[in-house]
Design a protein around this ligand. Structure first.
Ligand code: UDP
Ligand code: MG
Length: 154
Protein backbone atom coordinates (compact mmCIF):
# COMPACT_ATOMS: atom_id res chain seq x y z
CA UNK A 1 0.00 0.00 0.00
CA UNK A 2 1.36 3.42 -0.93
CA UNK A 3 2.53 5.23 2.18
CA UNK A 4 3.86 8.76 1.76
CA UNK A 5 4.73 8.72 5.48
CA UNK A 6 7.10 5.73 5.28
CA UNK A 7 10.31 6.36 7.22
CA UNK A 8 13.88 5.14 6.95
CA UNK A 9 16.90 5.48 9.20
CA UNK A 10 19.79 6.89 7.17
CA UNK A 11 23.19 7.45 8.79
CA UNK A 12 26.37 9.10 7.59
CA UNK A 13 29.22 7.03 9.01
CA UNK A 14 32.44 8.50 10.52
CA UNK A 15 34.29 8.46 7.19
CA UNK A 16 31.48 10.43 5.54
CA UNK A 17 31.63 13.01 8.33
CA UNK A 18 35.45 13.25 8.25
CA UNK A 19 35.44 13.62 4.47
CA UNK A 20 32.95 16.48 4.56
CA UNK A 21 30.22 14.63 2.66
CA UNK A 22 27.36 15.41 5.06
CA UNK A 23 25.90 18.22 2.98
CA UNK A 24 26.19 16.35 -0.30
CA UNK A 25 24.39 13.30 1.08
CA UNK A 26 21.59 15.33 2.66
CA UNK A 27 21.21 17.31 -0.57
CA UNK A 28 20.45 14.17 -2.58
CA UNK A 29 17.54 13.20 -0.35
CA UNK A 30 16.22 16.77 -0.22
CA UNK A 31 16.41 17.20 -3.97
CA UNK A 32 14.64 13.90 -4.57
CA UNK A 33 11.65 15.24 -2.61
CA UNK A 34 12.05 13.36 0.65
CA UNK A 35 11.36 15.07 3.96
CA UNK A 36 13.93 15.26 6.77
CA UNK A 37 12.11 14.64 10.07
CA UNK A 38 15.03 14.01 12.46
CA UNK A 39 18.77 14.69 12.48
CA UNK A 40 21.58 14.66 15.01
CA UNK A 41 25.32 14.26 15.12
CA UNK A 42 26.62 11.95 17.82
CA UNK A 43 29.60 9.81 18.73
CA UNK A 44 27.87 6.53 19.45
CA UNK A 45 29.06 4.12 22.13
CA UNK A 46 30.32 0.64 21.33
CA UNK A 47 27.26 -0.88 23.05
CA UNK A 48 24.89 1.32 21.05
CA UNK A 49 26.51 0.30 17.76
CA UNK A 50 26.64 -3.39 18.71
CA UNK A 51 22.89 -3.24 19.29
CA UNK A 52 22.33 -1.38 16.00
CA UNK A 53 24.24 -4.12 14.12
CA UNK A 54 23.06 -7.02 16.34
CA UNK A 55 21.98 -9.09 13.29
CA UNK A 56 25.64 -9.15 12.15
CA UNK A 57 27.22 -10.05 15.51
CA UNK A 58 28.45 -13.47 14.34
CA UNK A 59 30.04 -12.19 11.11
CA UNK A 60 33.85 -12.19 10.91
CA UNK A 61 33.88 -8.49 10.04
CA UNK A 62 31.79 -7.48 13.09
CA UNK A 63 34.73 -6.30 15.30
CA UNK A 64 36.24 -4.20 12.51
CA UNK A 65 32.80 -2.80 11.67
CA UNK A 66 32.30 -1.68 15.27
CA UNK A 67 35.83 -0.18 15.45
CA UNK A 68 35.10 1.77 12.28
CA UNK A 69 31.75 3.01 13.56
CA UNK A 70 33.09 4.17 16.98
CA UNK A 71 36.05 5.96 15.37
CA UNK A 72 34.24 9.30 15.11
CA UNK A 73 30.90 11.05 15.02
CA UNK A 74 28.04 9.90 12.83
CA UNK A 75 25.07 11.88 11.52
CA UNK A 76 21.85 10.02 12.27
CA UNK A 77 18.73 10.95 10.30
CA UNK A 78 15.16 9.95 9.67
CA UNK A 79 13.85 10.58 6.16
CA UNK A 80 10.21 10.29 5.20
CA UNK A 81 8.32 9.74 1.96
CA UNK A 82 6.89 7.25 -0.50
CA UNK A 83 8.98 4.05 -0.72
CA UNK A 84 11.85 5.73 1.18
CA UNK A 85 13.26 2.44 2.54
CA UNK A 86 13.78 0.85 -0.88
CA UNK A 87 14.63 4.10 -2.64
CA UNK A 88 17.06 5.05 0.13
CA UNK A 89 18.93 1.76 -0.36
CA UNK A 90 19.07 2.40 -4.11
CA UNK A 91 20.36 5.94 -3.55
CA UNK A 92 23.08 4.58 -1.22
CA UNK A 93 24.14 1.85 -3.65
CA UNK A 94 25.40 -1.69 -3.06
CA UNK A 95 27.14 -2.58 0.22
CA UNK A 96 30.40 -3.10 -1.67
CA UNK A 97 31.15 0.24 -3.37
CA UNK A 98 32.98 -1.55 -6.18
CA UNK A 99 29.55 -3.00 -7.10
CA UNK A 100 27.66 0.28 -6.54
CA UNK A 101 26.34 2.00 -9.63
CA UNK A 102 27.87 5.36 -10.56
CA UNK A 103 25.33 7.96 -9.48
CA UNK A 104 24.71 6.23 -6.16
CA UNK A 105 26.25 7.75 -3.03
CA UNK A 106 28.62 4.84 -2.41
CA UNK A 107 29.35 4.51 -6.13
CA UNK A 108 30.30 8.17 -6.36
CA UNK A 109 32.18 8.64 -3.08
CA UNK A 110 33.66 5.37 -1.86
CA UNK A 111 35.73 2.34 -2.86
CA UNK A 112 35.77 -0.28 -0.08
CA UNK A 113 33.01 -2.03 1.92
CA UNK A 114 34.63 -1.17 5.24
CA UNK A 115 34.56 2.56 4.36
CA UNK A 116 31.25 2.83 2.55
CA UNK A 117 30.25 6.14 4.21
CA UNK A 118 26.55 5.58 4.81
CA UNK A 119 23.88 3.30 6.24
CA UNK A 120 20.25 2.82 5.23
CA UNK A 121 17.57 0.55 6.71
CA UNK A 122 16.89 -2.56 4.61
CA UNK A 123 13.16 -3.03 5.39
CA UNK A 124 10.29 -1.12 6.98
CA UNK A 125 10.50 -3.33 10.09
CA UNK A 126 14.23 -2.74 10.57
CA UNK A 127 13.70 0.98 9.87
CA UNK A 128 11.20 1.15 12.74
CA UNK A 129 13.59 -0.71 15.05
CA UNK A 130 16.57 1.48 14.09
CA UNK A 131 14.62 4.76 14.38
CA UNK A 132 13.51 3.79 17.90
CA UNK A 133 17.11 2.81 18.75
CA UNK A 134 18.60 6.16 17.67
CA UNK A 135 15.85 8.67 18.41
CA UNK A 136 13.45 9.46 21.23
CA UNK A 137 9.88 9.99 19.94
CA UNK A 138 10.11 13.73 20.77
CA UNK A 139 13.20 14.07 18.55
CA UNK A 140 11.15 13.19 15.47
CA UNK A 141 9.39 16.13 13.87
CA UNK A 142 6.05 15.26 12.36
CA UNK A 143 5.38 18.42 10.36
CA UNK A 144 3.28 19.18 7.29
CA UNK A 145 5.11 20.36 4.21
CA UNK A 146 2.53 21.88 1.82
CA UNK A 147 5.13 22.34 -0.91
CA UNK A 148 6.08 18.65 -0.89
CA UNK A 149 2.43 17.57 -0.62
CA UNK A 150 1.42 19.70 -3.59
CA UNK A 151 4.47 19.51 -5.84
CA UNK A 152 6.25 16.23 -5.18
CA UNK A 153 3.16 14.02 -5.02
CA UNK A 154 0.28 13.89 -7.54
N1 UDP B 1 30.64 -4.75 6.16
C1 UDP B 1 32.00 -5.05 6.12
N2 UDP B 1 32.41 -6.18 5.47
C2 UDP B 1 31.53 -7.03 4.84
C3 UDP B 1 30.17 -6.73 4.88
C4 UDP B 1 29.75 -5.58 5.56
O1 UDP B 1 32.81 -4.31 6.66
O2 UDP B 1 31.97 -8.04 4.26
C5 UDP B 1 30.20 -3.53 6.85
C6 UDP B 1 29.84 -2.41 5.86
O3 UDP B 1 30.22 -1.18 6.46
C7 UDP B 1 28.34 -2.54 5.77
C8 UDP B 1 27.99 -2.92 7.20
O4 UDP B 1 29.03 -3.81 7.60
O5 UDP B 1 27.73 -1.33 5.35
C9 UDP B 1 26.66 -3.60 7.40
O6 UDP B 1 26.58 -4.72 6.55
P1 UDP B 1 25.25 -5.04 5.73
O7 UDP B 1 25.41 -6.37 5.12
O8 UDP B 1 24.05 -4.81 6.60
O9 UDP B 1 25.30 -3.95 4.55
P2 UDP B 1 24.46 -2.60 4.33
O10 UDP B 1 23.06 -2.87 4.81
O11 UDP B 1 25.14 -1.50 5.08
O12 UDP B 1 24.52 -2.35 2.84
MG1 MG C 1 22.37 -3.63 6.58
Amino acid sequence: MANVNERSFIMIKPDGVHRGLVGKIIKRFEERGYKLVALKQMTASKAHLEEHYVDLKDKPFFPSLINYMVSGPVVAMVWQGLDIVKQGRAMLGATNPLASAPGSIRGDYSIQTGRNICHGSDAVESANREIAHWFKPEEINDYASPFISAWVYE
